[in-house]
Design a protein around this ligand. Structure first.
Ligand SMILES: [Zn+2]
Length: 460
């Protein structure tokens, strides 16, 4: 459902000047990330296919999209509006414009102005590019260059996070959890958009109160992903007083019709109930099908020379992919570019962590902690084993994660050792959980073949 843009002729004065946060991503990356995440959402959440309801939400949405100020318009963006047939009070927007409103949100709204309030707020997150702006300042770059690269390889950036979270129905909790500043910006821009579209921005504040009033058991999802900035209502109402809207749209006959239409339908399940039914299939496809055919590992091994630092033997059909301080070896179909980052689902990566660790265990713990920061699903599944490779002692452990690309469980074999100067050298083997027993011996064999050339005094 694509909504065409139209320009609003109304003039607004005295509004707060809003500046979109710094963003190092390209606008096209917003579009691509949002599109991929939206596909996942559509596969995993029940989309309400009811023309009466759909058309209505699209009309309200399109009217608001028309109110986006010129400086926040991106011709690449397509604002689309879908209703998710679940009872939780939630709504979320993905980068580039795909927007999802839960049926529970429509049922909770007391008038059209309140529906418009939620949509305007979410549209503002998209227009201000908050998703990628957040990614710009957050993981994986904060972890450090090398860790960042593995983090990127495992999780594939914030969109990957959204996808893996989406597969567990965590939308609206992490990817879409913004700080107070972004929430405040969206409140203010949302108010301006509402005014330009002929709605009363006070209805946004009123919708927040409506949501809060309904938060009896557990609190609605939307509020949990929208920390309530202090004096939020006052701030919106203050902005509203600067935006002069005459005869705002509030209650419409259409809204009343949609409400009674929803009442006649069978009650919607909760998101949790949907999650328990398992992954939804659309057109007989699962999320897994979108991954390329992965070449099975060759039984023949080939030795790669990693500059003057290391040598390692890996299956001869794996390709060598150079990173800054890492080298990834992966089969055809098992790696790719995902939002400008290298991602691999099968294969292994070797790398060097720049900082000196006090000892191997501490360094390894730090490595895992740093990885877990940017990979919320990452869990160490057992303790450490002492291993020997490259003529020195090392540690190995296994981690569980959810793949950014497939949304499926994957396992990570981590091997670490220290160079003579104290720096941590690591090998990360990644494979889907169900193929791990096939790949682990390959990882072990590769690690056993590893030679490190930092010990100049030793002769091998
Ligand atoms: Zn928000």
């Amino acid at each position: 459902m694509v909504v065409a843009l139209f320009t609003s002729a109304s003039m607004v004065f005295g509004q707060t000047k809003i500046v979109a946060p710094e963003n190092k991503y390209d606008v096209k990356e917003d579009v691509q990330a949002g599109r991929e995440a939206a596909q996942q959402v559509e596969e995993q959440l029940p989309i309400l296919r009811d023309d009466g309801v759909d058309d209505y939400v699209e009309r309200v949405g399109a009217r608001l999209v028309g109110g986006i100020p010129d400086e926040f318009r991106h011709p690449e963006f397509r604002y689309t509006f879908d209703v998710v047939n679940v009872s939780d009070i939630n709504a979320f927007a993905l980068p580039g414009g795909p927007m999802f409103v839960n049926r529970g949100m429509l049922e909770a709204a007391r008038n059209e102005g309140e529906v418009a309030g939620v949509l305007a707020h979410e549209i503002s997150h998209v227009a201000l590019r908050h998703g990628t702006a957040q990614a710009s300042k957050a993981t994986p770059y904060q972890v450090g260059s090398i860790l960042g690269q593995i983090a990127g390889a495992i999780i594939g950036g914030v969109a990957g996070q959204a996808i893996s979270l989406g597969s567990q129905f965590g939308f609206g909790t992490a990817f879409l959890k913004y700080g107070r500043e972004y929430e405040r910006q969206s409140d203010l821009l949302g108010a301006q958009i509402m005014a330009r579209a002929g709605y009363d921005p006070r209805d946004m504040a009123s919708m927040f109160q409506t949501i809060q009033a309904k938060s009896g058991n557990g609190g609605p999802e939307w509020l949990s992903s929208h920390p309530n900035p202090s004096n939020r209502y006052q701030a919106i109402n203050q902005e509203a007083s600067q935006l002069h809207v005459t005869n705002p749209v509030r209650n419409t006959q259409e809204f009343t019709q949609v409400k009674s239409r929803l009442q006649r339908m069978a009650p919607a399940p909760t998101t949790e109930q949907v999650a328990k039914q398992g992954t939804r299939r659309t057109n007989g496809r699962t999320a897994d099908d979108r991954v390329g055919q992965v070449d099975p590992p060759s039984g023949r091994y080939q030795t790669f020379d990693g500059g003057n630092l290391f040598r390692i033997a890996v299956p001869s059909n794996w390709r060598e992919l150079q990173g800054n301080n890492t080298v990834t070896f992966a089969p055809e179909g098992g790696y790719g570019d995902y939002r400008g980052q290298s991602v691999f689902t099968h294969g292994l990566q070797v790398g060097l962590e720049g900082s000196n660790a006090r000892n191997l265990r501490t360094g390894t713990n730090q490595l895992i902690q740093a990885l877990a920061q940017s990979n919320p699903q990452l869990r160490q599944s057992g303790g450490y084993s002492n291993v020997r490779f490259a003529g020195r002692s090392g540690l190995s452990t296994v981690l569980n994660n959810v793949s950014d690309v497939t949304g499926q469980q994957e396992r990570i074999a981590l091997y670490t050792t220290q160079l003579t100067d104290g720096r941590l050298f690591f090998v990360v083997g990644v494979a889907p959980a169900r193929e791990f027993s096939t790949y682990r011996p390959i990882f072990n064999r590769a690690v056993q073949s590893l030679q490190l050339n930092d010990v100049r005094s030793s002769r091998y």
